[in-house]
Ligand binder design. Sequence first.
Ligand SMILES: C[S@@+](CC[C@H](N)C(=O)[O-])C[C@H]1O[C@@H](n2cnc3c(N)ncnc32)[C@H](O)[C@@H]1O
Length: 414
Amino acid sequence: MSALHAIEHLLNGTIGLDASSIGSPAVERAVRTRKEARALRDTAAYLDLVRTSREELQELIEAVVVPETSFFRDRGAFVALHAVVQERRLPNVPSEPLRILSVPCSTGEEPYTIAMTLLDAGLHRGNAHVDAVDISARALAHAKHGFFGPNAFRGTDLAFRDRHFTPSGARYRVNDAVRALVQFQRGNLLALDVVTGGAVYDVIFCRNLLIYFDAKTQERAVLTLRRLLKPGGLLFVGPAESPAVVSHCFSPLGLPASFAFRRDDERRAAAQEPAPRRAPRSAKPARTPAPLRIVAPRTKAPSAPAAAAPADLTEATRLADQGRLADAADACERYLRANGPSAAAFHLLGLIHSASDEPHAADVFFRKALYLEPRSAETLAHLAALREQLGDSAAARALRVRLQRLLPRTGTDA
Ligand SMILES: C[S@@+](CC[C@H](N)C(=O)[O-])C[C@H]1O[C@@H](n2cnc3c(N)ncnc32)[C@H](O)[C@@H]1O
């Protein structure tokens, strides 16, 4: 095993990162940065250091994690939280404070959004509490500081900013009433139940982390989250993460675009059942984007598809073309569960998430597709456009260069 692979392995064992989810070059870049910081030229020497120094391991983690987040990201989750709080559809009795966990909380936008939602629903410091956990000390320092620039406020519905922030130069400071509800601490999701010691939360937000894990680590993480959640409690995940949850004794909450699941102990006895065949219908995007024409890249037919799983991506492509994006994503996920990793399915999921206005999820899927098929002109073209949209012009340029090199040889018109 090369030193770089050994470092990827170490990261996988420590924080669960599947290097293929962000691409080996991203890990390589982080290692190069850290080698320079330590004046080391040799990756093997750096491996020795990072294996023995907790401080250096933390620095490497800081260099490799993806802290991307924003206020009211995937808003449907907060609409749903507001509704279940108001309708008292949570396990806590009225005399007990509502306990919510946000892991990973990154730079604080998510837990502060939860706190704003609780305040807007009529709760306050005495009857609600948010624990916010992340592996990155740097992200947590930013979160605690409580000042946010324009990039943290996306979209057009920013009325919450007038209610819960105070302008401070070019930035905004989150108000004390919001801050008072949130407590930040450093922690690793994969070891969290050991620290907190039981099912204490009524609601857990664990969004946009499972996508960076391989299937085995996802399962471990979901079981950890389950142990932290009270029976009947709610788990919110990211738009691309529902398939990792549905097979582990969780039932869809059934509120549109919430990506929320209820801990369902009646399903415990049936825990060995295969995963349900349908993802929740509730997992539809909040607004229905215009239908898109999708041509899935050609792929080899799977040799032995599992019973009742789609044999190819025809159904998923048809659903996507009709604008039925949640159903299309569901068909792709079923295809992947039955057939294993597939560049065509990841590419299609990238298109579906782009069309659902979920560029970060789309980015992850296009990168997965490219990892499996580095010479796919279509995926390179889409990822370049997406990177541009996300403000990463350097990456967009590099992808276009790769695309240019490819075109004369393949004659593709992508
Ligand atoms: C993309 S952000 C997601 C933030 C927020 N949940 C959201 O959806 O906007 C991913 C975060 O996961 C954190 N992270 C990565 N591995 C972790 C682990 N094993 N335990 C806790 N946090 C982790 C990173 O530091 C990063 O801040």
